[in-house]
Design a binder for this molecule. Sequence first.
Ligand SMILES: NC(=O)C1=CN([C@@H]2O[C@H](COP(=O)(O)OP(=O)(O)OC[C@H]3O[C@@H](n4cnc5c(N)ncnc54)[C@H](OP(=O)(O)O)[C@@H]3O)[C@@H](O)[C@H]2O)C=CC1
Ligand SMILES: O=C(O)C1=N[C@H](C(=O)O)C[C@H](O)C1
Length: 237
Amino acid sequence: MTTTPVRLLIHGATGRMGQALLRLCREQDSGCEVVAAVARRVDARVVDGVPQFAAAELAGVPAFDVAIDFSLPEGFDAILSLCIARGAALVSGTTGLSDAQKAQLDTASTKIPAAWASNFSLGVAVLHELVARAATLLPGWDCDIVEAHHTRKLDAPSGTALTLGAAAQAGGAQPHYASIRAGDIVGEHLVQFAAAGERIELAHRASNRDIFARGALHVATRLRGRTPGSYRVAELL
Ligand SMILES: NC(=O)C1=CN([C@@H]2O[C@H](COP(=O)(O)OP(=O)(O)OC[C@H]3O[C@@H](n4cnc5c(N)ncnc54)[C@H](OP(=O)(O)O)[C@@H]3O)[C@@H](O)[C@H]2O)C=CC1
Ligand SMILES: O=C(O)C1=N[C@H](C(=O)O)C[C@H](O)C1
């Protein structure tokens, strides 16, 4: 049986993540066809056979099944509105969203299938479980989360650090955060639990953005045609 490719819109297409997504769609049998690449500004109408649209032209994009959004908080509202208007699914990894934007995403998930995650790697999905378990088993221990990223990253603490912190809090810990911005570090997260005389370190180090892009593409293929709802990425990976 042949399945039709998932028609994708890539939002944030000229960025580090957007470029990784477009390359994987070109190189591999991802089960996806990119029908629109959107960025704040575009320099050409078509690149590698993919139609390009500036953010101001978003209303004119062709039909799509799923939008994958790795942009910035200032671009998020427009892609969310477009997905609702078109009845399309949204996969978003954009971090630094405001509380109001998170609430809008929750409301939108009554109308469309939506999956947001601060980190689309399988390793971090597992790290969340480990952190929650450690926090539960270590009441009263100090909990510190140290994250390191490239110098172009705008938000701090990272989305992943905050989500790991929420997992630690759910287990009863009160995490503190520290952020490092240096060189071209792709993304590193260390969660440390410490007490007098001993220390546990749980760490994840990403050396390649493809782990995030592959996760997002996988989730996009799993989300097409689902009923509206807020889907947990860890369950779809
Ligand atoms: N959840 C996860 O697994 C991961 C999440 N991220 C997050 O993804 C986001 C993007 O990261 P990264 O690719 O490194 O960032 P970049 O700065 O490299 O790329 C941002 C992209 O978004 C576009 N953009 C900016 N503003 C708008 C707008 N108003 N409307 C439409 N497009 C816009 C930019 O277009 P232009 O170039 O024209 O300005 C660019 O294409 C960040 O929030 C980051 O934290 C990153 C990696 C993994
Ligand atoms: O901006 C990045 O690069 C990354 N952002 C995400 C975050 O904020 O946690 C995920 C990953 O660490 C890379």
